[in-house]
Ligand binder design. Structure first.
Ligand SMILES: [Zn+2]
Length: 76
């Protein structure tokens, strides 16, 4: 099924993740503005829509929005 309707993301609790995961996600970033990876992010917010989970935050260096998509294998 394909559709292009806008998904409504649900906000999740990033801080419910284990500390090790939190620090990994906060460290492993790509900033489109700095064009550099692993600068880090602050103020993380985690979102979920149908089959995607991602974390939005601000680049530690420049403050631009950075997004880290979390890819899960199918496992329930
Ligand atoms: Zn940046």
């Amino acid at each position: 099924m394909t559709n292009n309707i806008e998904e409504t993301p649900t906000q999740r609790d990033f801080f419910a993740r284990p500390d090790a995961e939190q620090s990994d996600f906060l460290a492993q970033t790509w900033c489109n503005n700095c064009m550099e990876m692993d600068l880090g992010m602050k103020n993380p917010k985690e979102f979920e829509s149908d089959h995607r989970i991602w974390i939005e935050g601000e680049c530690v260096k420049c403050g631009s929005q950075v997004i880290t998509e979390i890819v899960y294998e199918d496992e329930e």
